[in-house]
Design a protein around this ligand. Sequence first.
Ligand code: AMP
Length: 150
Amino acid sequence: MKLFPNKKEKSYSIIVGCGRLGANLAGALYDKGANVLIIDNNKESFRKLSPSFGGISLLGDATDFFVLNESDIKNATAVVAVTNNDNTNILVAQIAKELFHIPHVIARLYDPERECVYHELGIDTICPAVLSAKEVDRILNMGEVTEEAI
Ligand code: AMP
């Protein structure tokens, strides 16, 4: 079954985990015109999606091969794994990269110490702790510049 009949003309992104980040990301990609499918193993999580979200919600455990097949992962252009579990995100990212050769694969990692290992596997990662530290540093330095300028 084709989930998105016009998939050839558009990018097809799969978001794994419909938490605060996943739901926002799914909405933003959908608004930009992408085909979007979002997976979560808790049906309550889909309530975080914006009412205007017109993509597909798939209930299931994303580490389950049957669920990934149902998501039509083989035709995805991007897979973004943003569950609240680093191991789940990495497992899904590795399956997407190595078994399905998805061009863009990103995993969220809570533990910054593991980041370099996954870069070696060719998986892009985002680490909220590292990003937050950089942003705090940027804001603090902005303050310094402003004070100097006065
Ligand atoms: P948050 O912590 O707000 O980013 O939410 C993370 C989301 O990931 C929650 O909605 C969880 O239900 C979801 N989640 C956790 N493990 C899995 C899994 N194995 N498959 C699909 N969704 C998951």
